[in-house]
Design a protein around this ligand. Structure first.
Ligand code: R5P
Length: 297
């Protein structure tokens, strides 16, 4: 039988995925020792079972990864057959190049660590930009669950005559997939990033002709929010109606909501890959489908 273990903080999502998979749920105890070290205990039978650890790598990605490593190794020592990781949000993907002399490509180093920790990986729409696939990074089997069907369903039911807008070149992969699923047109803007909180968005040239369509800005990650804020400003300056913003991964490293509203957005909704108040779009169906082939009967 397949067994699901929730990384602390991901209990709801783990329960949803387990229910879709018809898998059992085994509880764990995770806490910190007084000196900050991590204690883990698996509170159930995993012997002979395929185990899926379910947990996003946010917040505190480094600490979470160590917890996942300890849980995976403990499950193995307790006789688990194979141990995989379902990380709806995969961290450490954005440093995918040497941008300045002396830097490391940490997305590659992290992939090596994950590959030596678990037998397989499922994640939702990882930030693939300069890496074209997970296969080139990870040495274990990987599967990407797609959020596009769930996002398209939400847009179709909540937005009248949508036109989808990607804020930068790399967003075309997510925006075009959603556009295909909901049959909406899309445009892509241009972004120049000068620093963590310094981005400029340009295009489309001239006055936007939306012909009564409602703009929906779509990005994979909302972190500082600057990308969506500046893209909203750009759209409004070009004569657009208030855009609805949709993000896959609700990182929200900064308080974004007030600035997004002041910039002229209608609001923001996110997928539930990271637990956040803006979560409105469930992706557990795609996650379960992606994980199913790794889990024996
Ligand atoms: C960038 O390459 C990503 O696709 C997102 O646009 C980016 O991570 C958003 O970050 P922020 O919210 O900090 O602008």
């Amino acid at each position: 039988m397949a067994v699901v273990i929730a990384v602390p903080g991901n209990e709801d999502q783990a329960a949803q995925v387990a229910s879709k998979l018809g898998a059992g749920v085994v509880k764990v105890e995770v806490r910190q020792f007084p000196d900050g070290e991590i204690y883990v205990r698996v509170d159930g039978d995993v012997r002979g079972h395929d185990v899926a650890l379910v947990g996003s790598l946010y917040p505190n990605p480094a600490e979470r990864f160590l917890t996942i490593t300890f849980l995976a190794q403990t499950a193995r020592d307790l006789g688990a057959r194979k141990v995989g990781l379902v990380a709806p949000y995969l961290a450490f993907m954005r440093q995918d190049n040497v941008f300045n002399p002396g830097e490391g490509v940490t997305s590659k180093y992290f992939a090596q660590l994950v590959s030596s920790t678990v037998d397989w990986l499922v994640t939702v729409d990882p930030h693939l930009h300069r890496h074209s696939s997970l296969e080139g990074l990870y040495t274990i089997p990987t599967t990407i669950a797609r959020s596009a069907p769930a996002i398209a369903k939400w847009i179709s039911s909540e937005v009248q005559h949508p036109i989808l807008v990607g804020p930068d070149a790399e967003s075309v992969q997510w925006v075009s997939a959603v556009a295909d699923s909901c049959g909406a047109p899309f445009i892509i803007l241009e972004k120049t990033r000068r620093g963590d909180r310094d981005v400029e968005i340009s295009g489309p040239p001239g006055h936007l002709k939306l012909n009564g369509h409602t703009p929906v800005l779509i990005d994979d990650i909302v972190s500082t929010g600057k990308t969506l804020i500046e893209a909203t400003r750009r759209l409004r300056a070009a004569g657009s109606a208030a855009p609805m913003c949709v993000a896959i991964h609700a990182v929200f490293a900064d308080a974004v909501l007030d600035d997004l509203k002041s910039a002229g957005a209608a609001g923001i909704v996110t997928c539930d890959t990271i637990v956040h108040a803006s979560n409105k779009i469930e992706v557990c169906e795609s996650i379960a489908e992606a994980a199913r082939p790794y889990l024996g009967d």
